[in-house]
Each structure stands twice: as structure tokens, then as C-alpha cells.
Design a binder for this molecule. Structure first.
Ligand SMILES: [Zn+2]
Length: 192
């Protein structure tokens, strides 16, 4: 059961601490599991046969392939369900597109904007926060879109599943994730 999308750094931390193992999608639709050590050995065997859709990390002494799926070996409880309202999730929901001028921009040029400003009682919710470029954010200031005569590209809503996941699924690199998305968590679990 898929429970989270995490970054590469955290994934390797879990592997090194033996809290998780790599689940690797073999060609024939079968799966193999690896510890950090055996994954490192397997990576060495493939290091000269890298595929374009793979990611690799180079350290001083070795190169290791970034696993796409890891399995937690023990946990106390399943993570709290629901889509977490965070900067990166809002930016992912809005596809890194400024919701005022419509430009797609790199992360560092984007900010979060309260549609109805906080100073006017606007809540910090999925429905009142959008991705905005720095220029539009400054231009809008403490006004509502109507007052600033700025129209929203899309009406903001709470996503039904993790927007980081939706964004990544468009990339063929993450094809193997589909196997684990049986809907139990990502579809139903994130509904209100
Ligand atoms: Zn903008």
C-alpha cells in the first residue's frame, strides 16, 4: 500500500538505518527486494548500463541508483490520511503556474498568495491559497483579486490526492509507481 511520496535523501536515510528496503521492478513484471548493501552491489553491476529514465547519485567512492519504491519494514501506525496543506503541495497542485499571470516558473520564483488576504480574514486553506509569482504577489498586495483586477487562472480547490504524486505520474520515470496505487489510500483516503 502506497503511503507517502518522499525525497531521495530521506529514502536513503531510511535504507541506511535498515528501516526500509528497496522494491525493484524487474523487467518481467516481478519484484525483487534489496537492503542498502545489496542495492549498492546491484547498482555497481549496472553502473555502465544506465538507462535514460533512471536517476543516479554519485558519492566520492561509488555511484548508486535512486530507487523508485521502498518498503517500510516496520511502523507504528499508518500515516494520517488526507492531503497535507504545504508550500510544495500547493505549488504542485497549481502545476508551478502563477494563478494570476499564468506563467510557469521555477520554484524559487513562486510564492503562496492568500486569495482573500489574511488581513481581511482570509483563511489558510486549500480554497484560499494559490501559487503566485513574486511580481503578481507584490502587485496584488493586501487586496482581493477583484479589487486588484486580477483574475484567477483556476478556482483553487482541495486536491483529491497528493498533488506531488499527480505531477510525478505524468513523468514516465515514475511508471512503476502505478503498480502500488490501488486507490486505497491515494483515491479514497484523501477524500473529505
Ligand atoms: Zn504572476
Amino acid at each position: 500500500m502506497a503511503v507517502h511520496v518522499i525525497g531521495v535523501r530521506r529514502a536513503f536515510a531510511l535504507l541506511c538505518r535498515e528501516l526500509a528496503e528497496v522494491i525493484h521492478h524487474a523487467e518481467e513484471g516481478s519484484f525483487a527486494n534489496y537492503t542498502f548493501e545489496t542495492w549498492l552491489v546491484a547498482s555497481q553491476e549496472r553502473v555502465h548500463f544506465k538507462q535514460p529514465d533512471e536517476d543516479w547519485i554519485r558519492s566520492v567512492n561509488f555511484e548508486i541508483q535512486v530507487p523508485r519504491v521502498i518498503r517500510l519494514l516496520r511502523y507504528d501506525r499508518l500515516p494520517k490520511q488526507g492531503v497535507h496543506l504545504s508550500r510544495r503541495n500547493v505549488l504542485a497542485r497549481d502545476d508551478h503556474q502563477c494563478q494570476y499571470c499564468g506563467r510557469h516558473l521555477p520554484l524559487h520564483q513562486l510564492s503562496l498568495d492568500h486569495v482573500v488576504p489574511r488581513s481581511r480574514g482570509g483563511p489558510t486553506t486549500w480554497e484560499n491559497i494559490v501559487c503566485a509569482c513574486l511580481a503578481c504577489n507584490v502587485k496584488k498586495g493586501g487586496r482581493t483579486p477583484h479589487e486588484a483586477r486580477m483574475k484567477l487562472v483556476r478556482h483553487p480547490t482541495k486536491p483529491k490526492r497528493n498533488p506531488m504524486l499527480s505531477l510525478k505520474l505524468e513523468n514516465p520515470k515514475y511508471e512503476s509507481w502505478r503498480t502500488w496505487l490501488n486507490g486505497v489510500y491515494w483515491e479514497i483516503g484523501t477524500r473529505d
